[in-house]
Write a protein that binds this ligand. Structure first.
Ligand code: SF4
Length: 250
């Protein structure tokens, strides 16, 4: 890990706001850069930022600005100190972005070190399957997207999502799909068929689109209809909104 550096957005301690691990406390490592520009993106995902934010005390929001790139040794020392000072408060380390698998070479070296502290949770847009195959052995949980065209604006990623899920299925994986008023049945059927072709017990989370003002305006009946459609193919279909949007980013 000597001399390795990470292009960071932020490092902090908070509650997971989405998906199957919702409510659990995690250390978030948010890496710069993304291969997409989704309509609903709420992170500065596609830019390399000059300074990142690093929290000094877990959960106290005493951020300092640190110039990018940041030495892995520095980041690892901070996490190690949190583990010693606040043992047991964190469930896992969330590796997120942007798209963290853009940094798979760095993760190949860093994840085994981080995994000595806590289990590793990868939050990913679910297409970079070759990169995933390089790091999957160092990961415990995978939360992957299937990009629904009507909400994301991304088209025809189905084959990449399928190849990705085949690899991710070796771990504790769930799939998240962001749905909105314009989401059509065929999109949910397509996503569900892909998941079911690998394992129909893999959970699917339908996440209602949150507007920039923090509100959800998809009709409850529409959500339930889409849940019913997916449930034809899958054993576990949940509707979970982005909880951090209405309780505030903790
Ligand atoms: S994949 Fe995620 S981080 Fe990237 S643009 Fe889409 S929502 Fe933003």
């Amino acid at each position: 890990m000597n001399n390795r550096q990470a292009e960071m957005i932020e490092l902090f301690s908070s509650i997971q706001g989405e998906g199957m691990l919702v409510g659990l406390r995690q250390i978030f490592i948010r890496l710069c850069g993304c291969n997409f520009t989704c309509n609903y993106c709420d992170t500065e995902s596609n830019v390399s930022v000059e300074f990142c934010q690093m929290e000094g005390t877990p959960g106290r929001r005493d951020f300092i600005q640190v110039k990018n790139p940041v030495a892995l040794e520095r980041l690892t020392c901070l996490i190690s100190g949190w583990q010693r000072g606040w043992p047991g408060i964190h469930h896992s380390i969330s590796i997120t972005g942007g798209e963290p698998l853009l940094h798979y070479e760095l993760l190949q070296e860093w994840l085994p070190v981080l995994r000595e502290f806590l289990p590793i949770y990868l939050e990913t847009n679910g297409v970079l399957h070759k990169e995933l195959s390089q790091v999957i052995s160092h990961i415990d949980h995978v939360g992957m997207d299937i990009k629904i065209p009507s909400t994301s604006g991304c088209a025809d990623l189905w084959k990449d999502h399928e190849a990705f899920l085949r690899i991710a299925a070796a771990k504790n994986v769930f799939v998240k799909a962001v749905i909105g008023n314009n989401t059509e049945d065929w999109e949910i059927i397509k996503a569900s068929e892909i998941i079911a072709s690998i394992d129909n017990a893999i959970p699917l989370i339908l996440q209602p689109l949150t507007n920039p003002d923090g509100k959800i305006d998809i009709a409850p009946v529409k959500m339930l209809e889409l849940q019913e459609t997916a449930s034809i193919f899958l054993k576990e279909v949940r509707i979970i909104p982005q909880t951090h949007k209405f309780i505030g980013q903790l």
